[in-house]
Design a binder for this molecule. Structure first.
Ligand code: V47
Length: 364
């Protein structure tokens, strides 16, 4: 190891020693990596950490998304998915349509349904209680990962209930975990520019904290590569790391690189592949207490997701079954779908061992 560090700066040597001794890196050190270190150095460290935890294993699951509607009143500037009611390209499904879609899919093969709703002016808590009950009555074993903290806040306001009451009701109706979206960058000054109507940073954290206290595990994300700087990214991850120290309730962290197509943010350049990969590595190094780092292939593409697995990521997400449009509408993979065999082949060709997991990361 000494030889590998001989051309490195004093600060890089300190960071490497901390990583190899299992000492947490500081906020300043993470910013240093972003500002001064190359991707390969970060990859070397992050990969060591990842392989120490999982060896060559890479997790995947068999999943589909149900995007109930893309009608959303929040109008976030980076979002290419939302439409106003009546707009061309707006859609909404009722419960029968959703049950028909599930009946058409080979649902026995699937272990997780990821449900997204947006902030639809009419579809609120009562609609989803009924939907979840119907799904669970027909498919009792399926894991329902649904909503972000943003929908939870929306339901709480419209039904005049506390976050805890909403989460308890949803849990009783069949909700198993919360998705990680809506985090964007957890800094209200940045949110004001990106998504002024969206849940404030502390409320996002509070809702995840309450979910964890109720035994509802959640994911976490970071939307990066737009107006934020490196310190903002690290501050974002710091807040996740602090909450995870307290609750241990986050399953994974998903870096989401800003995709510029079809939205109103007016940022047309996307960050480079090298920076994208380095970001996975720094996330792995900084978030020492969040077990899984997900390379979400429908967002970054399967080629980049495979590369990310050598930069600290250990989770590839799932088969998807061409069931999500959030990222295709923003310029990513147009019809995201991989069979289980294709995932296994992709991962094994890249030198990894594909391991099917359930939504709690238990190996199946
Ligand atoms: O919160 C929206 C992001 C998120 C863009 O929990 C964008 O397993 C980049 O959270 N460029 C929603 N990102 C999706 C999400 C998610 C997806 C897959 C798996 C999981 C999980 C969660 O998508 C939003 C926002 O951060 N997003 N638009 C865009 N143009």
């Amino acid at each position: 190891m000494k030889e590998l560090l001989q051309y490195r700066t004093e600060e890089e040597v300190k960071i490497a020693n901390a990583v190899f001794e299992n000492i947490r890196i500081s906020l300043e050190q993470a910013v240093y990596l972003y500002e001064h270190s190359d991707s390969i150095f970060c990859a070397w460290l992050a990969n060591n950490v990842k392989e120490g935890k999982f060896g060559k294993k890479v997790f995947y699951n068999k999943n589909i998304h149900i995007e109930v509607s893309n009608i959303c009143i929040n109008k976030c500037k980076f979002c290419s998915f939302y439409r106003k009611k009546g707009d061309e390209g707006a859609w909404e499904m009722d419960i029968c349509e959703i049950m028909d879609i599930l009946a058409e899919k080979n649902i026995d093969e699937i272990t997780e349904i990821h449900i997204t709703g947006g902030l639809h002016p009419e579809k609120k808590l009562s609609f989803y209680i009924e939907l979840f009950k119907e799904i669970k009555a027909k498919y009792p074993k399926i894991h329902l990962k649904a909503f972000t903290a943003v929908e939870i806040e929306y339901f709480a306001k419209s039904d005049k209930l506390s976050f805890e009451e909403i989460l308890k009701i949803l849990k009783t109706s069949g909700l198993n975990s919360l998705a990680g979206g809506g985090a964007e960058i957890l800094d209200d000054k940045i949110r004001e520019k990106l998504c002024p109507k969206k849940t404030k940073s502390q409320v996002w954290l509070d809702i995840h904290n309450i979910a964890h206290s109720l035994g509802i595990r959640t994911n976490s994300t970071m939307l990066y590569g737009h107006i934020e700087n490196y310190s903002d990214r690290v501050f974002h991850m710091q807040q996740l790391r602090e909450l995870q120290d307290k609750t241990g309730g986050f399953n994974c962290f998903i870096p989401l690189k800003y995709k510029s197509f079809g939205n109103s943010l007016e940022i047309t350049t996307e960050i480079s592949l090298s920076e994208e990969l380095k970001n996975y590595a720094i996330a792995r190094l900084f978030l020492d207490n969040i077990p899984h780092i997900k390379a979400y292939w429908p967002m970054c593409g399967k080629e980049t997701a495979i590369l990310a697995l050598s930069f600290g990521a250990d989770d590839f997400d799932g088969t998807i079954g061409n069931s999500t449009k959030i990222y295709s509408m923003a310029g990513s993979v147009s019809k995201p779908e991989l069979s289980e065999d294709q995932i296994k082949e992709l991962l094994s060709e890249a030198g990894f061992k594909a391991v099917e997991r359930n939504s709690d990361y238990e190996i199946l």
